[in-house]
Design a protein around this ligand. Sequence first.
Ligand code: NI
Length: 129
Amino acid sequence: MKIHHIGYLVKKIARAAEKFEKLGFCAVSDCVHDEARGIEILFMKNGETVIELVCPADPDSQVTGLVKRLGNTPYHICYETEDIEKDVEHLAQNGYVLVNPPQPAPAIDGKRVAFLMNGAIGLIELVES
Ligand code: NI
């Protein structure tokens, strides 16, 4: 599967974006508030490489605990899939644990994303292409 983006957990989007600009990244979206997940998201690009800055926007968000524990850090790689249901099932049969079933992501044009975890490689995300 082709890599779609690298997800970065950050405490402050604007501060992180400014630092990524120094590495040649430019914002390719507005900062999106994903209310269902309680997070803010900004996509940036440098050549073919896309990063997603994710910041908790409310205390109950899925990433609030993670950012407290891990600080500012990359935390998932997202892969493109043509058939998200099929690939989720395939991975679930091969040692990946489904963390979040496919659901629309406002920050990626409403495309469905799913998160899976595996002890050997950590957290991954799938996005339908
Ligand atoms: Ni992501």
